[in-house]
Design a protein around this ligand. Structure first.
Ligand SMILES: Nc1ncnc2c1ncn2[C@@H]1O[C@H](COP(=O)(O)OP(=O)(O)O)[C@@H](O)[C@H]1O
Ligand SMILES: [Mg+2]
Length: 349
């Protein structure tokens, strides 16, 4: 049987470019070569699509993060599919290992839809809605999930009156942030406007939310044969002294680790798993998502956000959660590609 040609799409224009490269290196090393024939397609920081040789190192080397080289041969990607010098790259399925804007937000998904190419992960709508917290939060609330109290601010609309019902500390974050970029914890009114200005450097909309005091718990959702399954839950354990799960805490070695909490009260893990599936369905997600919660010190389960393409290096949270459930990294990759292959390549059929 002919192998399935899988385009691993990575890099991209968002602040998560490097982590996407590391995810791609992980997938390339672990993908089942008996069934799949992978092709690496990189997106440079400037947005150019290029063909990447499989011998390219996509790991951290001498403390330097990998990135997609701007000088590689260009790929043309349009509604006719992907071509190099006019020759089509025969691709059966795209694995968009992209995080953040122009990747996780429905844009690349739209391109694949137009080209009639199957892809791993959520479709246009779910990707776009999950990316924008100001839209995802009200949908989560509508299906009975608890979210942090807060408001949404557009540039130029800020008045102090809007936050008089919120109590400090507050979190200020761009609506479409990723990697905690542009996010600040604000302890008093004096620091608020600087935090808002900072948030606006990353987006035209920011959220101001009450800070939840508790643990950060994450749950993976994976569709197998069309059915959504929830993984065991994992907790972010801070090893250093961090105010919150900021950029450094996320990406510096030894800043955090994943633990599988064994001290949650009876029933809480199952409740989080149900909430994760409810959130997945509420946004209309497909294939996979990582759903992030707070388990507050008052025993409340509060959803923070849903990521339609979570970090996917072999040591990222999402693969670790499934490993805990008995699905190893290679098997997980196969599951995701299979989930994409059973889907129609067309929007309405
Ligand atoms: N309302 C909140 N209460 C407590 N911590 C928060 C809140 N909002 C964000 N944070 C902290 O900021 C981090 C990043 O915020 P998040 O909304 O997850 O954005 P991103 O998409 O950048 O990951 C969270 O992991 C958490 O540590
Ligand atoms: Mg987050």
């Amino acid at each position: 049987m002919a192998k399935t040609r899988v385009a691993i799409l990575f890099g991209g224009q968002s602040s998560e470019h490097e982590i996407s490269c590391i995810s791609a290196g992980g997938v390339l090393a672990a993908i089942d070569r008996e069934r799949f024939d992978p092709i690496l397609i990189g997106i440079t920081r400037s947005g150019k699509w290029v063909l990447v040789d499989q011998s390219t190192s996509l790991a951290i080397r001498d403390g330097k993060m990998p990135e997609v080289d701007e000088s590689l041969p260009a790929i043309n990607a349009d509604i006719h599919g992907f071509q190099v010098d006019g020759v089509p790259l025969q691709i059966d399925v795209v694995f968009p290992l992209l995080h953040g804007p122009y990747g996780e937000d429905g844009t690349v998904q739209g391109l694949c839809e137009m080209a009639g190419i199957r892809y791993v992960g959520s479709g246009v709508l779910a990707s776009a809605v999950a990316m924008d917290k100001s839209f995802a939060k009200p949908i989560f609330e509508a299906v009975g999930l608890k979210v942090a109290s807060g408001i949404v601010l557009k540039k130029g609309e800020w008045t102090a009156g809007q936050i008089e019902n919120l109590s400090y500390p507050l979190f200020v974050k761009p609506a479409r942030s990723g990697s905690s970029r542009g996010t600040t914890k604000v302890k008093s009114f004096a620091d608020l406007s600087a935090a808002i200005e900072f948030g606006f450097q990353f987006d035209t909309k920011v959220l101001i939310e009450e800070a939840i005091v508790g643990r950060e718990i994450e749950c993976g959702v994976l569709e197998i044969s069309g059915r959504a399954n929830a993984s065991p839950v994992g907790q972010i354990q801070f090893l250093g002294n961090y105010e919150f799960y900021d950029f450094e805490a996320k990406y510096l070695d030894d800043a955090t680790t994943v633990i599988f909490p064994d001290d949650l009260p009876q029933g809480v893990e199952a409740e989080i798993q149900q909430a994760a599936i409810a959130a997945f369905k509420a946004l209309g997600c497909e294939c996979l998502a990582r759903v992030d919660f707070f388990y507050s010190n008052n025993g409340e389960i509060i959803i923070n956000e849903l990521n339609t393409m979570p970090g996917f290096t072999p040591t990222s949270m999402y693969p670790k959660l499934w490993n805990r459930a008995g699905i190893n990294y290679s098997e997980l990759i196969t599951c995701l590609i299979d989930a994409a292959l059973i889907r129609s390549a067309h929007v309405t059929r």
